[in-house]
Design a protein around this ligand. Sequence first.
Ligand SMILES: NC(=O)c1ccc[n+]([C@@H]2O[C@H](COP(=O)([O-])OP(=O)(O)OC[C@H]3O[C@@H](n4cnc5c(N)ncnc54)[C@H](OP(=O)(O)O)[C@@H]3O)[C@@H](O)[C@H]2O)c1
Length: 322
Amino acid sequence: MRAVVHDRYGPPDVLRLEDVERPVPKEDEVLVKVHATTVNRTDCHRRAADPFVWRLFAGLRRPKRRILGSELAGDVEAIGAAVTGFAAGDQVFGLNPWTFGAHAEFVGVKAGGLIAHKSRGMSFEEAAAICDGALNALTSLRRANLRRGHQILIYGASGSIGTAAVQLARYFDAHVTAVCNTKNLELVRSLGADEVVDYTQEDFTRNGETYDLIYDAVGKHSFRRCKGSLKRGGIYLPTDGWLNIFLALWTRLGTKRVLLGIPPRYTKEDLLFLKALIEAGEYQAVIDRCYPLEQVVEATRYVETQQKTGNVVLTVIDDGAR
Ligand SMILES: NC(=O)c1ccc[n+]([C@@H]2O[C@H](COP(=O)([O-])OP(=O)(O)OC[C@H]3O[C@@H](n4cnc5c(N)ncnc54)[C@H](OP(=O)(O)O)[C@@H]3O)[C@@H](O)[C@H]2O)c1
C-alpha cells in the first residue's frame, strides 16, 4: 500500500511516499481503508520531535513508527476475530491518538477505541477533521466544568481546537467571546461566538472585561498576562506549555487557577457525543484546505505556518464517496 513515511525527525521534507506492507488487523482491530486523514499540529510535533520530550514516546534516536496521521475516515476493509459491532464495508471515522498510521491507504484501529460509524450525510473529508480539535476542546471544557451562563474567552478561536471550542462552549450555553485575526471574525461569529475581539486591533487583557474561563486554544498566551481578566475563582485553560504544568500545581488552591488537560483522556462516549452533535446540526468541522496524499509535504508546511483556519485534510482516495 502507499503510505507517507519518515525515518528521521526533522522538517516536513523528511516525509516521503513509499510502498509499504499493508497492516493485518489484530484480533481486536478494525482495518480501515482510509479515504481521508488530516495533517494536524500533533503530527508536526511528532515528526519534528519538538518539544524534545516526544522522543520519549516516539523513539529516542529515530521514530519507532514511520507513519504519521492520527485522524481518519474510510471504509472497514476487514475485522479481527474478536471484533463485534463493525463489519467489512462500514463507513467509519476516528482517531488513533497514540499509534497514528493514518497517512496511508490502510490503518488498523482498536475496535473498542476511538472509532465510530460515519453519518451518511458527512463526507469522508469532513469526518476525518472531527476528532483532534473537538475531542481536545470537549475534554478540556468538561474538566474546567464549563456551565450555562459562564463567561468564556477563547483565544486562538480560528484554529482546530479554537473552532471546536467556540461551537462546544456555545452548545453548553456559555457566553462566548472569541479572539482571532480580522480575517476570521465572521467565521467565528457564524460558529456561535457572542462577542468577537480582533487581536490585531485590541488587547482583551486591557478592556476591563473579566471571564470565568480563558481558554488559550492556540498556546500563544499566558496565565501571567490573562490573570487580570479572570474573575475570582476563574480558570486559565492552556493547551500546552511546560510552565503551565508547574503553574497548574502552584495555583491549585488559589483564587485564580491554571488547569491543564494533559494527558488528554478521550473516550468513545465523547466521540459518539460529537457524532450526535453533528447529526443534530450543532457542530461542524471547519476545513481550510484539502491536499492529495502526494502533497503531504506542502500540507505540512502550511500547517506549520500556524495560520490554518480549522483543519487541513489529506485526501487518500478521491472518489467523492459518502
Ligand atoms: N494538549 C494536547 O493534547 C494538544 C493536542 C493538539 C494540539 N495541541 C496544541 O494546541 C495548540 C493549538 O492547536 P491547533 O491544532 O488548534 O492549532 P492551529 O489550528 O494550528 O491554530 C492555528 C490558528 O491559530 C491562530 N493564531 C496563530 N497565531 C496566533 C496568535 N498569536 N494569537 C491568536 N491566534 C493565533 C491562527 O489564526 P489567525 O490567522 O487569526 O492568526 C490560526 O487560525 C497548539 O499549540 C498545539 O500544539 C495540544
